[in-house]
Structure formats: structure tokens, C-alpha cells
Design a protein around this ligand. Structure first.
Ligand SMILES: [Zn+2]
Length: 43
């Protein structure tokens, strides 16, 4: 299975590598990614 980066579209064989890629290359956009998987805030 391949996973592709939701930000730049780069493909990774291992989701763990994708996570690492995002954390290193898209550090600033991690928050944006979380917006794509919204969870209901309990405030
Ligand atoms: Zn990327």
C-alpha cells in the first residue's frame, strides 16, 4: 500500500515515513492537516 502526502503529493510506502516527512517538511502545516479530519471540540 502507498500513502501520499496530502500536502505535496509525494508518495510513501510506509505511513510512518509519511508522518515523519510531514513532521519534518510540513511542520507548519500539521495543524492544517488536522483540519481535514475535524473532531468535535468539547469546550
Ligand atoms: Zn509532503
Amino acid at each position: 500500500m502507498q500513502t501520499d502526502c496530502p500536502i505535496c503529493g509525494e508518495k510513501f510506502e510506509d505511513p510512518k515515513k509519511l508522518n515523519k516527512h510531514i513532521q519534518t517538511k510540513h511542520k507548519d502545516k500539521i495543524k492544517l492537516i488536522k483540519l481535514e479530519h475535524p473532531q468535535r471540540d468539547k469546550r
